[in-house]
Write a protein that binds this ligand. Structure first.
Ligand code: SF4
Length: 215
């Protein structure tokens, strides 16, 4: 499928299309080892929920007792996350393809694992777009509608559900169109928060307000 877009490209473009332009030009890099380690935690909940303070120290973000309580609540609410139907699955849909950490069977849903911090509520926009892409790819494979996906934040003991709503699908389609139409460097964002956290900010020539005020 020649114009199939990867989940990863889609999520990057949802953050900033210009960042995707740089990543593609650099042919990207593989996942850092630390990210892979964090992703592995999503497959170890039964062990982690009983782990000692010492074992959890340096591995998780909240205090160990808080972490165990959060994870216990997650496992009670979504037991299927502990015994998924499939793990580390490559999903290929009509428009997008990529890896998901788990596929749950009842109800049918993909899960993604985030190495980062969850927002106060819901998930970050690039994660929402990626989750919708994964849900649509799973729906394509199973020839069955998929109405939700999950984003797991294993270092925090937090899991968030993403509803594949009309609005979420519209955001997904918008980003998909942007990626497909990209044929040169897209405009800069002019978003202090995003640009300030971007690894390409020097090369991009963006001067964030915080940095500008220091110079
Ligand atoms: S510095 Fe800002 S505009 Fe440039 S690539 Fe990064 S996020 Fe996009």
């Amino acid at each position: 499928m020649s114009d199939s877009v990867t989940f990863s490209d889609l999520a990057t473009a949802a953050y900033c299309p210009r960042q995707l332009y740089y990543r593609r030009r650099d042919d990207d890099r593989g996942l850092p080892e630390s990210v892979e380690r964090t992703q592995a935690l999503a497959h170890e909940y039964p062990t982690l929920v009983e782990a000692s303070d010492t074992a959890l120290a340096g591995l998780v973000v909240p205090k160990p007792a808080e972490y165990r309580a959060r994870l216990g609540a997650v496992m009670t609410r979504w037991p299927a996350l502990v015994a998924p139907a499939e793990t580390d699955v490559l999903l290929t849909g009509k428009d997008c393809r990529g890896m998901v950490a788990k596929v749950l069977s009842d109800p049918l849903a993909p899960t993604l694992v985030s190495p980062g911090n969850p927002p106060e509520q819901g998930v970050w926009e690039p994660q929402k777009v990626r989750a919708v892409a994964a849900a649509k790819a799973l729906a394509w494979r199973e020839e069955e509608s998929v109405s939700r996906a999950y984003v797991e934040y294993p270092r925090h003991g937090v899991v968030r559900e993403v509803t594949v709503s009309t609005r979420a699908k519209a955001a997904y389609r918008r980003v998909l169109r942007t990626v497909r139409r990209m044929d040169g460097p897209p405009s800069r964002l002019g978003d202090d928060a995003k640009c300030g956290a971007c690894e390409y900010r020097t090369e991009c020539g963006v001067r964030t307000r915080t940095l500008a005020s220091l110079l």
